[in-house]
Structure formats: structure tokens, C-alpha cells
Design a protein around this ligand. Structure first.
Ligand code: F3S
Length: 248
């Protein structure tokens, strides 16, 4: 069964742009990426849209549909009613390169700021041992496909370019949490989480969790536990007393 829908697609570059209307055929079972490819094939061959696997695993086709961050390849057209307007726009938090393609290098810069996994110096590769419960905890975080939808939706940077310097965003705060919870990582990640990666700016709105296509509980399982570790370290009077005495 096929239908014709009006799809409004943002077209432009870093300087200027506008929504352009396309009337396009939509068939049963199709996703928004199929529809954009049909627009490319029949009406706008120069429409820029980034994609790769079309299976929700590469994290390339991130964009916004009706203002909500989504993977284009995992958004079935059947989730929209005939009354819904269909407006496809680039990720708002990152600079536009062209049409639906944005420059996400902010995220790679933030990734580089996190010191890598640091095992004990006297432990050789092959001697690493972990309890299954610890494996399972980090397994959830490692499902991340780095689509950066969470980075896009977080209000701390979405409307505040000035916060980007001081805030790593949910994806990379989750990476810090993953390493901090790793039983073989000996680096102390707690002070940097707060002071360098901006954990304190997260006010637990959970929008990052809402848009995660992998269903990772970013806020509950990564960000809140990290906040608890910061609070324990900095504001628990017994911990403070113990640290003060041990420094003497
Ligand atoms: Fe942002 Fe997620 Fe915190 S959306 S404010 S990092 S809970």
C-alpha cells in the first residue's frame, strides 16, 4: 500500500537555509531514510544526508523529525498519523555543513579529553579478571552507537553554545562512569567528572535517556551514580574527616 505525503526538509548550509516541501511516495514498511532517498532519487539529487548501515548500528543518520532527535533509518513512517506534519531538520546542537549533515567534531574533541582505561601497572594483559556483574554493568554502556542524539537533545548545550567548553555531554559522562565503575581501572575519575567534564551542569532531565536508540539508562545508571560518588567524596562529613586526617 503506498501513499503520498508532504515532507518538509531543511536545506541550506552554515550561512542560510529554509524548509523545502517535497510531495513524495511512501510505501508500507518504509522508514524516513527510505523517503529521503526517494526524494534524492526523484527530486533533489544533491540533498545531503549522512547514513551508512541502515540498521540502527552505525549512528550516522541522526537528525530531527518534528523537533525530536531520531535515527532516520529506525523511524518507521507508520509512527506518524496522516495528520502529522513531517519536518526533517539537522541536529540543532551542532553546526550545519549542508542540508541534514552536521559537523559533530565537538563529540570527538570531548572523547579525547577523557584519559583512557588505566589498569594496574603490575597486571599483564591476559591476567585481567572481572566479576560477571561488573561485565554486565559496563556492557550496557558499551551498547552506545555514538549517534550523538543524547548530546543533541541535552538542554545544557542545545541552546547554550557557551556551555560546550565546560560540558562533555551525557555520552561522555557515561564513558567516564563506565571507566570509574570498571574494577580494573585505577585512575580516579571522580574529581575530573565534576571539575573538567561538567557533571554538575546535568540536572537530571533524562532527555538523553528518552532519545537513546539503544535504550541505555544513561541518567539512572551512569550519571546519577557518578553524582552520588561526587557527593560522597565532597560532602559526606565522615569521608571528609577521614581524608583530612589521612592527609596529615
Ligand atoms: Fe542533559 Fe541527560 Fe543530564 S539530557 S541534563 S545529561 S540527564
Amino acid at each position: 500500500m503506498s501513499d503520498t505525503r508532504l515532507v518538509r526538509v531543511w536545506r541550506g548550509d552554515a550561512d542560510d537555509g529554509e524548509l523545502v516541501d517535497f510531495r513524495v511516495e511512501v510505501n508500507e514498511g518504509e522508514v524516513m531514510l527510505d523517503v529521503l532517498h526517494r526524494i534524492q532519487a526523484t527530486q533533489a539529487p544533491d540533498l545531503a544526508v549522512r547514513w551508512n548501515c541502515k540498521a540502527g548500528k552505525c549512528g550516522s543518520c541522526s537528525a530531527e523529525i518534528n523537533g525530536r532527535p531520531r535515527l532516520l533509518c529506525m523511524t518507521r513512517m507508520s509512527v506518524f498519523t496522516e495528520y502529522d506534519e513531517l519536518v526533517v531538520t539537522p541536529l540543532r546542537t551542532f553546526p550545519v555543513i549542508r542540508d541534514l549533515v552536521t559537523d559533530v567534531s565537538f563529540n570527538y574533541a570531548k572523547a579525547r579529553e577523557i584519559p583512557s582505561f588505566t589498569p594496574p601497572a603490575d597486571l599483564a594483559p591476559g591476567e585481567y579478571r572481572m566479576a560477571q556483574v561488573d561485565v554486565e554493568r559496563s556492557q550496557e554502556f558499551r551498547k552506545c552507537i555514538e549517534c550523538f542524539l543524547c548530546q543533541d537533545v541535552c538542554h545544557v548545550v542545545r541552546d547554550h553554545e557557551e556551555n560546550k567548553e565546560a560540558f562533555a555531554g551525557p555520552r561522555f559522562l557515561m564513558r567516564v562512569a563506565e571507566l570509574e565503575m570498571h574494577p580494573l581501572d585505577v585512575a580516579d575519575r571522580v574529581p575530573a567528572a565534576q571539575d573538567e567534564h561538567g557533571l554538575g551542569r546535568c540536572n537530571i532531565t533524562k532527555c538523553c535517556t528518552d532519545v537513546c536508540p539503544e535504550g541505555i539508562k544513561i541518567t539512572d545508571n551512569a550519571l546519577i551514580p557518578m553524582k552520588e560518588r561526587v557527593a560522597d567524596r565532597r560532602y559526606d562529613p565522615l569521608v571528609w574527616l577521614g581524608r583530612t586526617i589521612s592527609r596529615r
